[in-house]
Design a protein around this ligand. Structure first.
Ligand SMILES: *Cc1c(COP(=O)(O)O)cnc(C)c1O
Length: 397
């Protein structure tokens, strides 16, 4: 029997390389060729590949107990929830297997909150253009991206979209019918755009004024990626509900939604659930990831290396002003906005054994493992420089 990519539902279009092994910030192919990984499974492999502490946590747990379901107490959930609660605005945590499920739960919680308050008609969810919240029906409706909603039947009721950065449209959309606002403090998929800190504060105030809940989607920008444990800490505001995933599992599929006790008051016994969510394997890894990324020295190192990365990417703009028009994002979630299709630069970088991503709005997306050092940054920026030089030379020829 021969393996064929044509038997995979063709919703993805991966390149030819086959990676079989990883170590830190490096990936190795079946031909033992080494690639520098500056996308990290889309901001998932926060501690790089095969981090010894995560391998130990996973294999240690694998020898004891894999799965119980939530019919029984899962000790790892209780330990990890205590850590999340102690270090955030939240009072309660629900564990999921993915970011989409965390979003789904967060949106359900917001509507249930208003029902518990005797306002079941209060269902509107305001989302922003360019946002990405996952691929379930609720998540695609919350984002409203036409590429994701078209062809899947009528839009769900109660989802309102506002253009990113349009304050007037936002104020007009926010009414007594608004259940919640959902946004990414740093938009990932939509083009790696950080929401200005004063806007996050303004949105918080606006929510409080009408009694709407504020949901932060930190699936991509959370888990220390911006140099703070959660990205919203930079703005000094807290949400009522937060969805997390990607980096919190370091490569093991897991996510969570966190909430204040007030926001969670409608979520009583039987109202929500998951078979796999918070299973012992995921919790073993989630606890190990958290213990590393929450250390103050780890976070300050991420901030230092992020500054270095940001400055190095600014250098690209100085050297290629005709190709690079903006360097944006925050921490180790960076976007390089180009005047050309970022896929050309991505492919050229890959030919030079550097892996980067793309995002909307002509942006090259850079999301390395948080454990990188200066040598990784120099290597990556040298490769991008060379890729952009080639394009410059091609244009001149
Ligand atoms: C990836 C992502 C999701 C969806 O997470 P999945 O694990 O793919 O379901 C939701 N929100 C944001 C901001 C994301 O980047």
């Amino acid at each position: 029997m021969s393996a064929s990519p044509s038997q995979i539902l063709p919703v993805y279009s991966p390149p030819q390389e086959v990676f079989v092994r990883g170590e830190g910030a490096w990936l190795f192919t079946d031909k033992n060729e080494r690639y520098l990984d500056f996308i990290a499974g889309i901001a998932v492999n926060a501690l790089g590949h095969a981090h010894p502490a995560l391998v130990d946590a996973l294999t240690g747990q694998a020898q004891k107990l894999w799965h119980l379901s939530n019919m029984f107490r899962v000790e790892g959930q209780e330990r990890l929830a205590a850590k999340y609660v102690e270090t955030s605005f939240a009072d309660v945590v629900f564990f999921t297997n993915s970011g989409t499920e965390a979003i789904e739960g967060a949106l359900k919680m917001a509507r249930k909150y208003h029902t518990a308050n005797g306002q079941p008609e209060r269902i509107d969810i305001i989302g922003f253009s360019g946002s990405f919240h996952g691929r379930s029906y609720a998540a695609i409706n919350a984002s409203g991206n036409p590429n994701y909603v078209e062809g899947f039947g009528p839009r769900l009721p109660g989802y309102v979209q506002v253009p990113f950065g349009d304050h007037d449209a936002f104020n007009a959309a926010l009414t007594e019918k608004t259940a919640a606002i959902i946004l990414e403090p740093v938009q990932g998929e939509g083009g790696v755009r950080a929401v200005p800190e004063q806007c996050l504060r303004g949105i918080r105030e606006a929510c409080d004024k009408v009694g709407a809940l504020l949901i932060f989607d930190e699936v991509q920008c959370g888990a220390a990626r911006t140099g703070k444990l959660w990205a919203h800490e930079w703005a000094g505001v807290t949400p009522d509900i937060m969805a997390v995933a990607k980096g919190v599992g370091g490569g093991f599929p897991m996510g969570a939604f966190l909430a204040s006790a007030e926001a969670a008051k409608g979520m009583t016994r039987g109202v929500h659930g998951s078979t796999f969510g918070g299973n012992p394997l995921a919790m073993a890894v989630g606890n190990a990831v958290f213990d590393i990324i929450n250390a103050p020295e780890f976070l300050s190192r991420v901030r230092d290396m992020s500054n270095h990365l940001g400055q190095s990417l600014e250098g690209l703009r100085d050297r290629h002003p005709d190709l690079v028009v903006d360097v944006r994002g925050k921490g180790m979630l960076r976007g390089v906005k180009l005047t050309i299709d970022p896929k050309t630069v991505q492919a050229s970088a890959r030919a030079r054994k550097l892996l980067v991503g793309v995002a909307g709005d002509n942006v090259l997306r850079i999301a390395p493992p948080l454990i990188i050092d200066e040598t990784h940054v120099s290597h990556a920026v040298d490769v991008l420089d060379a890729a952009l030089n080639d394009i410059d030379a091609g244009a001149a020829a």
